[in-house]
Design a protein around this ligand. Structure first.
Ligand SMILES: [Zn+2]
Length: 380
């Protein structure tokens, strides 16, 4: 049940030893930082910070912001958001999403294509897609890529997939489980302690992240496919009422289509119908929200986190259901951990893939970026 491919754990300080990594981690977390602040925050010596900053400025990873100078604290530095790019690839159960990100992990452009010809066919097309997207962002040089997926569901091997993509893109490619990637993307915004992420779209799963100062470690990733909900929906496993066939986006859309609520089996149409006042559509989504809230509460009872973050379109896409989810969550167990919804919203897939894409750069920024300086856009 527990799926682990956590190569991405190297990303965020867990195995950080080099100065450049530590400086970049701080710059990513805090935005603008002076040399003094970097010395304080990284614990490195002043001469280490000064020489590393010089090298990062020379390769264009960092830039100076004289216009942001405060008092006599020296010229602030920041990660240059314009010069380099990462390519984040999210292979979902039904969609391939390609995002172009900057070196601070922000997504600057994104594109999704359905898997109707199979995920392998889409894998062959990723290099030309990425190159076209980069061509629309003139001046940016791609330096690394990341690929995230529910690997087992797709029947893909992360190492083989990233090797194939690396040879197509001509870039280092990091691979991670999609839920681990989500946890690493979101925990940057929170304080220390243990965070439980419960994710729902077509699949439902969870990830647990432990945050200590500058390092985040994803300690568990799991699927909730066959958790019993008491519904009458039959599942491939032979039982009925399993969680994913009851609440997954595609499963819900299929049921609504079969019941004549929508004309296509597309979840977006169900949201539109519910918002337009279709009571049966609203009732279906409310019932799903109750189930999702209750399941999140049950998972948090076993994980005992400091906070819970609910993510993925099944949780976040239908605004009127948010309140139903939180109410159901709060009433399922006594004294549950505080719960919030992911701020990544619909951009979650490309954001989390772009976070993983930063792995090779942050692990060795001078080598990875230095290799690329002066190369044409598109990275080859
Ligand atoms: Zn089942």
């Amino acid at each position: 049940m527990i799926i682990s491919n956590l190569t991405c754990l190297l990303i965020n300080g867990a195995v950080v030893t080099r100065s450049a990594q530590r400086i970049l981690d701080q710059a990513r977390g805090y935005g603008l930082l002076t040399t003094d602040e970097l010395v304080r925050r990284t614990g490195l010596t002043r001469s280490d910070v000064t020489s590393t900053v010089e090298a990062l400025l020379a390769t264009g990873v960092l830039r100076e912001r004289a216009d942001q100078r405060r008092g006599d604290g020296g010229t602030p530095l920041q990660i240059d958001p314009d010069r380099f790019a990462t390519i984040g690839i999210h292979l979902g159960r039904r969609l391939t999403t390609v995002g172009i990100g900057d070196l601070a992990g922000r997504v600057v452009s994104t594109r999704s294509v359905s898997h109707h010809e199979g995920v392998e066919r889409n894998l062959d097309r990723i290099t030309p897609w990425a190159h076209r997207m980069l061509a629309e962002l003139p001046g940016r040089v791609a330096v690394s890529a990341g690929v995230v997926a529910p690997w087992r569901d797709l029947g893909l091997d992360p190492d083989r997939t990233s090797a194939t993509l690396a040879s197509g893109l001509g870039l280092p490619v990091a691979a991670a489980h999609h839920l681990a990637a989500l946890a690493l993307t979101e925990t940057r915004q929170h304080s220390s302690g243990r965070t439980l992420f419960v994710y729902g779209r077509d699949t439902v799963g969870f990830a647990v992240a432990e945050d200590r100062e500058s390092s985040t470690t994803v300690t568990r990733v799991g699927r909730l496919t066959h958790v019993a909900t008491g519904s009458a929906t039959p599942c491939d496993c032979g039982r009925q009422g399993c969680l994913e066939v009851t609440v997954g986006d595609h499963a819900v859309a299929l049921r609504a289509h079969r019941d004549g609520l929508i004309t296509e089996d597309a979840i977006g149409e169900l949201y539109t119908a519910a918002i337009a006042g279709n009571f049966r559509a609203h009732a279906l989504l409310t019932q799903r929200a109750e189930t999702l809230g209750a399941v999140a509460a049950q998972v948090q009872r076993t994980v005992r986190p400091d906070r819970v973050i609910l993510a993925g379109q099944a949780f976040t896409s239908y605004r009127p259901a948010l309140e139903v989810i939180t109410r159901s969550y709060a009433s399922t167990v006594t004294d549950p951990a505080p719960v919030t919804f992911s701020r990544l919203g619909g951009g979650m897939q490309s954001s989390s893939a772009c976070t993983i894409a930063l792995g090779p750069v942050y692990a060795d920024p001078l080598a990875v970026v230095g290799d690329r300086v002066g190369q044409p856009v598109g990275g080859r």
